[in-house]
Design a protein around this ligand. Structure first.
Ligand code: MG
Length: 273
């Protein structure tokens, strides 16, 4: 069952999304050669604690409960990487995915960062993956069904010569991190027939393209969580929590826009003169 949200509920989700955005600013500043993925996770955990919000990822059930507040996936790791003692190196890429619940409402967002200088091909992968998320947000304002957005996303990635991961998809989000519907980044005939949905006001979904340089195929590592590409090629992942409103799509985990939002996140604006 697809639960549409009222404009008030979407406002509450925006507040959660702003905390997630701020967590990402803290994480991003720590990305450099020599930093460990565990340090980044700890900084985000401390920030969530200070903000008095509930981390969404820690304790998620599996063969072993997920042990951290961020999924951190490096290079050929696609998603669900476990932060730890791994040291980042020049030329790595690092996907940081995190989320929190504020006053009962969830926000979920991921970015992939370059560690120092990366190769041209890897930079192209980052541009493609962030670009396809931006494309999806834009298309959500003009298409009526998700399947139309998803099939254009797949074409965009194919034109780069990269592949869309199909084993993992985005999701509805609200009071729970994972709600209906499933939100694939590609469109199959069976999705169109059985699972497609309208892009109507009140819909809130986490859109999260995962793009690989090589094969789309992935496998899980012995830690029971980390998903890695089968051919060892690099993978990027970007995600926003996006609401459909009467005025079109709104990325709830994007940077603060109004002065009021900037104040909430402690972003200082300087006025000259
Ligand atoms: Mg997600």
């Amino acid at each position: 069952m697809l639960k549409l949200k009222s404009s008030r509920e979407i406002e509450a989700m925006r507040n959660a999304g702003l905390v997630v955005w701020e967590a990402h600013q803290i994480a991003k500043r720590l990305v450099r050669p020599g930093a460990t993925t565990g340090e980044i996770d700890q900084a985000v955990e401390q920030f969530f604690h200070k903000k008095n919000v509930v981390p969404l990822f820690k304790g998620v059930p599996g063969r072993v409960p997920f042990p951290a507040v961020c999924c951190i996936s490096v290079n050929d790791e696609v998603v669900h990487g476990i932060p730890g003692s791994r040291k980042l190196q020049e030329g790595d890429i690092i996907s940081i995915d995190t989320g929190c619940k504020l006053k009962g409402w969830c926000g979920d967002c991921a970015y992939t960062h370059a560690v120092g200088q990366v190769t041209d091909e890897v930079q192209k992968l980052l541009d493609c993956t962030s670009g396809v998320l931006q494309l999806a947000i834009k298309l959500m304002g003009s298409r009526s069904r998700w399947g139309d957005v998803a099939s254009e996303m797949a074409t965009f990635v194919r034109d780069y010569g990269f592949s869309v991961v199909e084993n993992f998809v985005g999701h509805g989000i609200g009071k729970s991190m994972h709600e209906d519907p499933q939100v694939p980044n590609f469109c199959s005939p069976s999705f169109r027939r059985k699972h497609d949905f309208d892009l109507e006001p009140g819909l809130v979904i986490a859109v999260e393209p995962m793009v690989n340089i090589g094969t789309k195929k992935v496998h899980v590592l012995p830690d029971f969580w980390t998903q890695s590409t089968n051919d060892g090629s690099y993978s990027a992942h970007f995600e926003h929590t996006i609401a459909m409103t009467e005025d079109g799509p709104l990325a709830l985990t994007a940077a603060p826009q109004s002065d009021e939002e900037k104040k909430m996140t402690g972003v200082v604006t300087t006025t000259e003169g």
